[in-house]
Design a binder for this molecule. Structure first.
Ligand code: PMV
Length: 305
């Protein structure tokens, strides 16, 4: 395989932002829509021409996670015709907490491999196909929301086979807090799938109600109705708790955010024993002030590509 770009320009780089889900996680697994947007933290993949294709694995990853990362990288290499590239990964995004780190990493890796294979501006479809194959290694049967949001950027109303862009009338400022200890996404998703299998009618009622909140939320965002969006986020949190994917550390963080002035607060991502929790604020200044108490980080949602 030729690597014209590498030979011409030496080291190369590609990146992708992380994401948060404003409304609709878990319901999206069952084919309902979710509202998600990119955040101002990213994963960067850097590469150099080398004799063999290799990923220098980040420190702190071991066991099953390391094995999955190697397997996913091998799949991505094969899909991009194995450009001979030594790659390193760098992150300003907290990893493995529900902020789309595996999706962002998959997109960054796919972009860099396509670049190294002589395709400097691959279509989003090409990038997403490789990223989805990697995500299946990490998460089993993901909805595809994570890597699609990270690849396309902005704010999306995502549903399997139907992805619509949502424009925001008002900027959406969030404080992101980290709570408890995260379980792997696939474990939280499969435990819920089991409960839903045991009691399908009751669980389906809740999941459908979450889908209704998502549709109202997309409209609230389009109209710039932040208070409505916040209320929908609070209700979504209640329904996620009803589905059994919240926990004491998450609830504590949700209430700390509300006490600090959040218009709405909820877990984002898979939840479970812990993970990322987001609070919506009317302005950047209010978010920044609240974050002095929360000690998470402030980000705008959906304005980042
Ligand atoms: O926690 P994360 O970033 O892996 O997000 C999971 C979102 C779920 O809806 C729970 C799963 C999925 O595949 O969409």
């Amino acid at each position: 395989m030729q690597t014209p770009l590498l030979e011409a320009s030496g080291p190369i780089e590609a990146s992708a932002p992380g994401k948060i889900i404003l409304l609709g996680e878990h319901a999206v697994v069952y084919g309902y829509p979710a509202l998600a947007g990119t955040i101002d933290r990213r994963i960067i993949a850097r590469g150099r021409l080398s004799n063999i294709a290799r990923l220098t694995t980040p420190k702190g990853i071991s066991g099953a996670s390391l094995a999955a990362l190697r397997r996913a990288f091998a799949i991505a290499l094969e899909a991009t015709h194995s450009p001979p590239l030594t790659m390193t990964l760098h992150s300003s995004l907290p990893v493995g907490v529900g902020l789309g780190s595996s999706g962002a990493m998959s997109v960054a890796v796919a972009r860099l491999l396509w670049k190294a294979a002589g395709n400097p501006a691959p279509t989003s479809a090409k990038v997403e196909a490789v990223a989805m194959a990697m995500e299946c290694v990490f998460h089993g049967t993901p909805s595809g929301l994570d890597h699609t949001t990270c690849a396309r950027g902005g704010l999306l109303l995502f549903q399997r086979n139907l992805v619509r862009r949502v424009s925001t009338l008002e900027p959406l400022w969030l404080v992101v807090a980290l709570a408890g200890t995260r379980e792997p996404t696939h474990e939280v998703v499969s435990a819920l799938r089991k409960r839903r299998g045991n009691w399908p009618r009751r669980y389906e009622r809740i999941i459908r109600e979450i889908a209704a909140l998502v549709r109202e939320g997309a409209q609230a965002v389009r109209n710039g109705e932040l208070r409505t969006l916040g209320d929908l986020m609070n209700m979504n949190q209640g329904l996620l708790a009803a589905l059994g994917v919240s926990s004491a550390p998450i609830e504590n963080a949700v209430f700390r955010l509300r006490d600090a002035g959040a218009i709405g607060a909820k877990l984002t991502g898979a939840g479970g024993a812990g993970g990322a929790v987001v609070g919506l604020f009317a302005t950047r200044e209010e978010a920044t002030k609240a974050n002095r108490r929360i000690r998470g980080f402030v980000t705008e949602v959906g304005s980042i590509a």
